[in-house]
Design a protein around this ligand. Structure first.
Ligand SMILES: *Cc1c(COP(=O)(O)O)cnc(C)c1O
Length: 398
């Protein structure tokens, strides 16, 4: 088959920057190098104008009312930290209770655990077999002391899309701030902060074809107006919520990625959906014991997470040298890597399912030939592993 190896299928970890995004940001890495806060001269205000234009594009892309509702950060990890620590401090007089869920990204879980150690009360809601949080569980968990609900829009391992609109509605009925980590959703599925009742939203540039190191936090300015205490202090940039010289090239790139997604997302999603459906069908046709992890319908179109009975994801991934898939999230700690996925475990199917989970994340550059090749290789490798296991079992002296 005419494919170039290796094939990248790990687009939930990061994506390859789109050439159009790189082209748009290049001038801001060279000639247009001014500090966006140094507006006493043309160098500074040229940079500032680019940032403000980008801010408007990004705000528009996620349905925000005003450009100044966008706060630039270094990525979704920082946005998540700012959302949690920032509301915990700003609303400390109102209450001390936070609601989140067990399948969140570590940026949320670790921040929430830190808040719990410093005296806040945190509820970690469970999920069902599909990885969905029951909005009624959210409602029941709310107390008069609840100040924040943080539920991710789309899961980075299993692709399950949460019922964000309903959870946001429940939060607003109770006057509680609603945050969502939308790092996997923005640029892939339609996101509208007004329609979905979102107050605070995290996004990350490198998850949708822009470079790493830039993100944003949407912070609602009206109905209701959200206050956030900063976690980084300095020059008072970003309305005091996030000090530090702005990453102008990264911000321009992020806006370009939004512009491209606005035009191409829908068509792209359709293509990915066809491919993931086809892949699952093929795998099930050729192999026994293939289970889909996550919601079969409410899922990211470019995600496929499967567990293959009796096949350890680690052995499978080692065998699949020419295709880049992953056993779970891209967390860097060695401890986290040795453990099976906490997200798959939370689905309630037992440890074995978590030990045999592999995540496939399709991207803009993938071709039909690559998808066909990947499926062919997975089937081949699983059969190979199963035959070896079988021969070991049937011949104990081998
Ligand atoms: C990637 C990711 C993050 C972290 O984003 P960075 O920009 O890499 O810091 C947070 N949450 C989710 C759901 C993610 O997928």
């Amino acid at each position: 088959m005419g494919v170039t190896l290796p094939i990248y299928l790990d687009n939930h970890a990061t994506t390859k920057p789109d050439p159009r995004v790189i082209e748009a940001m290049l001038p801001y890495l060279s000639e247009v190098y001014g500090n966006a806060s140094s507006t006493d001269h043309i160098f500074g205000y040229t940079a500032r104008d680019a940032v403000e234009k980008a801010r408007e594009q990004i705000a528009h892309f996620i349905g925000a009312r005003a450009a100044n509702e966008i706060v630039f950060t270094s990525g979704a990890t920082e946005s998540d930290n700012l959302a949690l620590f920032g509301t915990a401090e700003a609303y400390a007089e109102k209450g001390n209770h936070i609601i989140t869920c067990v399948t969140e990204h570590r940026a949320i879980l670790d921040s929430a655990e830190k808040l719990a150690r410093s005296g806040k009360t945190v509820t970690f809601l469970p999920v069902d077999h599909y990885g969905r949080v029951d909005p009624q569980d959210v409602r029941r968990a709310i107390t008069p002391h609840t100040i924040l609900i943080s539920i991710m829009m789309a899961n980075n391992e299993i692709g399950t899309i949460a019922n964000i609109g309903e959870i946001g509605h429940i939060a607003h009925e109770h006057g509680v701030v609603f945050h969502t980590d939308a790092a996997q959703a923005v640029g892939h599925i339609p996101v509208d902060v007004q329609k979905l009742n979102i107050d605070v939203l995290s996004l990350s540039a490198h998850k949708f074809y822009a470079p790493k190191g830039t993100g944003a936090l949407y912070v609602r300015r009206s109905l209701p107006r959200i206050k956030l205490a900063p976690i980084i202090y300095g020059g008072g940039h970003e309305r005091g919520m996030r000090s530090g010289t702005l990453n102008v090239p990264g911000i321009v790139a992020l806006a370009k990625a939004c512009e491209i997604a606005a035009k191409e997302m829908k068509k792209e999603a359709k293509r990915f959906q066809t491919w993931t459906t086809w892949m699952l069908d093929q795998l099930r046709k050729e192999l026994d014991g293939v289970e889909l992890n996550g919601d079969p319908i409410e899922r990211l179109p470019h995600n496929l997470n499967i567990s293959i009975e009796g096949v350890e994801s680690k052995s499978l991934i080692i065998g699949l040298k020419d295709i880049a898939v992953s056993a779970g999230s891209a967390c860097s700690s060695e401890k986290a890597k040795a453990e099976p996925s906490y997200v798959i475990k939370a689905l309630g199917f037992g440890e074995a399912r978590a030990h045999s989970a592999i995540r496939i994340g399709l991207g803009r550059e993938n071709t039909q030939e690559e998808i066909e090749y990947a499926v062919h290789r997975i089937i081949e490798e699983v059969k190979h592993i199963r035959e070896n296991v079988h021969s070991i079992i049937s011949n104990p002296f081998k």
